[in-house]
Design a binder for this molecule. Structure first.
Ligand SMILES: [Zn+2]
Ligand SMILES: [Zn+2]
Length: 239
């Protein structure tokens, strides 16, 4: 499996950047995780967006879903079948209402415990703790596991869900000095602790808020895990 880092910021992009969006490539199977602002253009540089096998959203916050209504315009012109979209139900989301009403998408609600087969991949749905309904995903293909936390703070059982993942892509938004248990995101150190507890070989920090210096996040995370890196836009990671 390969992971294309299309957008790594949140809740707003850095100059020239994009918010959350990652394209997973497993042979012929292409799965897009989240489609934040600026991600559609980067996805289009990799492949025709209507050709992806499915789109999985961790939640409906704009920094994860903003490009969906724009993708709908593209599908109006170039789509020849409804694009499968998997996401947690969130009746308060305006974007979800647009997606649910459009014949260009085939929307399926997911919740923790679900397991979905997409091509050569099995996608399992796990919990997340965030101010809106949110989930994380664990993907298995060819005996390799990859985890993506989406937006979350600490949660009992989180490390059990990601146990044994080779790579964990984790929300590490906060520096230690700004983090509390009530915040909507993990700290970088917390993301590294989660990966260590889960026995993940490598943790990739993501969801960078442009106001916090990434080098500080990296330094703080390295206190808790031997193999930490920062998600870099444009990078292709071998999973
Ligand atoms: Zn976010
Ligand atoms: Zn969010």
């Amino acid at each position: 499996m390969k992971l294309h880092m299309l957008g790594v910021n949140g809740p707003f992009p850095q100059s020239g950047g994009a918010t959350s969006g990652y394209l997973l490539e497993a042979g012929e199977t292409l799965i897009q995780f989240d489609l934040g602002s600026g991600v559609l253009s980067r996805l289009t540089a990799k492949t025709a967006p209507e050709s992806v096998s499915a789109l999985f959203l961790t939640h409906w916050h704009f920094d994860h879903a903003a490009d969906l209504p724009v993708l709908m315009y593209r599908l109006d012109q170039l789509g020849d079948h409804p694009l499968p979209v998997y996401a947690p139900a969130d009746p308060d989301s305006a974007i979800r209402r647009i997606v649910a009403a459009s014949p260009r998408f085939s929307l399926k609600d997911v919740s923790a415990g679900d397991e979905i087969s997409v091509g050569s991949c099995t996608v399992r749905v796990g919990e997340a703790r965030h101010p809106v309904p949110a989930v994380g995903y664990r993907i298995e293909s060819d005996g390799v596991s990859f985890g993506y936390t989406g937006d979350t703070n600490t949660l009992p059982g989180l490390s059990a869900f990601y146990r044994g993942c080779r790579v964990l892509l984790a929300d590490g938004l906060f520096p230690e000095s700004e983090w509390t248990a009530q915040k909507p995101h993990l700290s970088a150190a917390g993301a590294a602790m989660l990966a260590a507890e889960a026995g993940a070989e490598h943790v990739v920090l993501t969801h960078f808020n442009p106001v916090y210096p990434p080098e500080q996040l990296l330094q703080e995370a390295r206190m808790h895990h031997a193999h930490v890196s920062l998600a870099r836009p444009g990078e292709v990671l071998d999973l």
